[in-house]
Each structure stands twice: as C-alpha cells, then as structure tokens.
Write a protein that binds this ligand. Structure first.
Ligand code: NIG
Ligand code: FE
Length: 407
C-alpha cells in the first residue's frame, strides 16, 4: 500500500449506509491516503502495519471526517449584482414580472457580456473560496449569462481557468438555453437553433463542459424547445441536467427522464407522475432551498413523494445573482432540514453521495478504498452538527486528492 498521509483516532462518516445508519459510521477509525485516493479505512484496531515514523500522521483526537462536500448546482460566473431588484421584490413585484419587463436574468447578461474575463475570474474565485472555506471540494458551475457564442465560451473558459488554478474540482455545465437574449425577442426558436447548431457543437469541440442544462419554464424555454436541446446535447455525448418545475409544472422532469438526465433541479411544482418518472430512470432530485427561501416560495417540493419513491435527494446552493445569492452549502444543509424537513443525515447525503450522483461522478461523495481522497476533518461531536449549526466554522482540515489544503 502506498501511504502519503494517515488520519488516526477519528470517527468516520463514510456516507456508505449501513442498515439504518445513513452516515455509515466507523468509530475510532483511521484513514490512509496515498496517490490521491483512499488506500484504506477502518477501525484503528485493524490498521495494517505501516511505517508510521516515515509517514505524516494527523491525530484527530476523536473529531470527525466526512467526504469533501459537493455543491452540484451553482451559477458562479457572472458580473454585477441584483440588489436593486431585491428592493423591488421587497416592494411586492414578482420574480416573473421583473423578468418579463426585461430585468432579471437579462440584467446580469448585460453586465456579464461587458465584463473582461479577468474580472469574471476574480469574482467567481471569491465565491469559490467561500465554498471551499466550508469544506467544499467539488463545485458544478453553469454558463448561461452570456447567451451568445462568444460570451458563453468566455464564461466556460473562466470556469476552466478556475479548475486549473484552484484546488476545488470544477464541473462545467453549458446552460446556453437559460433565457432568451434581447436580440432574439420574438424568435425563441431561432435562438434554440443557435444553441443546437452552433453553440453546442463548439462547446463539445473545445471540451468546455461535460453536461448541458436548460431552463424549462414559461420565463425560459418550452417543453418542445427543451427537448430539442436535450436531444442535440445527448447526440454530442453530454450528460444532461434540467432546471424544471421551479415556477410551474411544464412536465420538464418527465422529459428529462426520457433522455436519461442525471438530475432535475428545483422541483417545487413537480407532481407524482414526475416523481415516478424520476424513480424509473434513476434520476437525482436536486433541491435548492436557497432559491425557495429567497423567492419566498410557498409551494414545497414533493419531499414525501420523493422519499416514498426512493428518489435520491441532493442539496445545492444554486448560487446566482437572481434567486439565491447565498454562498454557503452549510446554510443550505440547515435550510434543507428546517424548511424541507430532511434529517441532518439526509442533508449530508445531499451534499456528498447524492450530489456526486447528480453529477455522474462515481469516484467521490463517499469514503471508501479507491475513492478520491477528498476528506474534510471537522471539529464536531456528531455529523448532525453540520446541519444544526451555522457560522461556527467547524472545518479543521481539508484534503483534496490527498493534498492537505487547509489547516
Ligand atoms: O437557478 N432558474 C433559473 N436560473 C437561476 C436564476 C437565474 C437568475 O435569476 O439570474 C436559478 O434559480
Ligand atoms: Fe440554477
């Protein structure tokens, strides 16, 4: 066994369920990391013989490790902010009404098109640093505030730069079909032609995204337009995701299931048909409590149905300037419990194993031999504390692919 680092005297939440124990707890354990992956983990009493004098050892003194956290739905790269729109919404105007009057996403698109890549990089890095400081080791981020070929590529290039310069692993998603740009007013099919015929092939050729997403909504794109994008993306080998049933039920989730999408995200207006479709095709439901809270939504996602049909639930920040300017995955875990009534164990699954599955990543999200050594060490007495407290900075140390990132 090749060992680079060992953590001893540690309680391990493997996130591989053992019966009723969703945390998959190993008490008084040890974790051996080497060559970027977990080489061994188990109870201290079974630790294989290793030359402990030549290998760095961290004694956790009874603290806990979990897999590094995964934020599986964000929009990190954009310019400007929508604080003035926030004020308007507090006066009673709705998100949809503001969007229909040319505000909303369009405001961010204007600012983002005008921004230099350096400026986009600096602001996105600040957001990424905030997630990282909380123990997040993988972040999905979407384009979608460019809405023309050059600007969409600019956003994806910034995400690629972040991936190569920042320890956090970045997963890029192309969301060209996020909103209708003003130059295509009255010709949404023409814009979908552009997305399918020019943008998607270019993004595929430049390998700038691994997944494709669409905003299937009255203020976004229709069922038929969504299907065109999903089909074209699937033909090019992209993984698929969908913003669906956020403001109304357009049957987007069932459509996503038909195309074997990894996940459908938001889901406040999802009905039982849609939940069944998700269960049958093995999709993950990505719930975004930040957007629910920030929009003061009163329609709850169908949590009980999702549980009844055993649909895995992931939790993400949806960090974006319009519906969730909340850059904390731990806050989302707390909100998943307080607003959506998940248990703290389900919330932790939502930002580890289920989030990995929502991204189609089998190499992370659990602690097991052979998995990426993305390991967060927490100064807590029980993993439920990660959902219970907020703002107390419980992260002690963080390894990403076995490299110690934070102390
Ligand atoms: O995930 N729903 C669509 N997209 C974002 C909001 C984008 C915006 O308002 O800027 C979301 O909520
Ligand atoms: Fe989103």
């Amino acid at each position: 066994m090749h060992a680079d680092h060992i953590i001893v005297d540690v309680n391990i939440a493997t996130m591989e369920p053992q019966g009723d124990d969703l945390y998959g707890v190993i008490e008084q354990g040890a974790v051996v990391m080497g060559e970027g992956v977990i080489q061994w983990l188990g109870p201290m009493s079974e630790l294989p013989e290793l030359d402990l004098l030549s290998i760095p050892v961290t004694s956790a003194k009874g603290a806990w490790v979990t897999p590094g956290l995964i934020d599986c739905h964000t929009h990190l790269v954009f310019a400007g902010n929508r604080a003035r729109e926030f004020e308007r919404r507090l006066q009673g105007e709705s998100y949809q009404a503001i969007a229909e009057q040319g505000g909303g996403i369009a405001t961010t698109v204007s600012a983002t098109r005008a921004a230099e890549p350096e400026q986009l990089y600096v602001s996105a890095k600040q957001r990424l640093d905030a997630l990282y400081a909380e123990g997040v080791t993988t972040v999905e981020t979407k384009s979608g505030y460019g809405l023309n070929l050059a600007a969409e590529l600019k956003l994806l290039e910034v995400a690629k730069l972040l991936d190569s310069h920042h320890p956090v692993s970045i997963q890029s998603t192309f969301l060209g079909a996020h909103a209708l740009p003003k130059e295509y007013q009255g010709d949404s099919d023409g814009y979908i032609d552009l997305v399918c015929e020019q943008m998607l092939p270019e993004v595929a050729a430049k390998k700038l995204a691994s997944a494709v997403d669409v905003f299937c909504e009255h203020v976004g794109f229709s069922h038929a337009q969504t299907e065109r994008v999903l089909k074209a993306a699937q033909d090019l080998g992209f993984k698929l995701k969908l913003h669906a049933e956020q403001l109304s039920n357009m049957g987007g989730t069932a459509l996503a299931a038909k195309y074997q999408a990894l996940s459908s995200d938001h889901l406040e207006y999802l009905d039982e048909q849609g939940v069944k479709a998700m269960a049958q095709s093995g999709m993950v439901a990505v719930l975004l409590p930040g957007a629910f809270y920030y929009l003061r939504e009163s329609q709850y996602p169908p949590i009980e149905l999702l549980h009844r049909y055993n649909v895995p639930i992931a939790i993400a920040t949806d960090f974006n300037p319009g519906t969730s300017p909340l850059c904390s995955l731990q806050l989302m875990m707390n909100m998943a419990c307080t607003l959506f009534r998940l248990t703290p164990a389900q919330a932790l699954q939502g930002v580890t194993c289920h989030a990995a599955r929502a991204l189609g990543l089998a190499d992370r999200g659990t602690l097991a031999p052979g998995q990426r050594a993305d390991v967060a060490l927490w100064d807590i007495e029980h993993p439920a504390q990660l959902s219970y407290e907020f703002g107390t900075k419980p992260l002690k140390q963080l390894w990403i692919q076995g490299v110690l990132s934070k102390t």
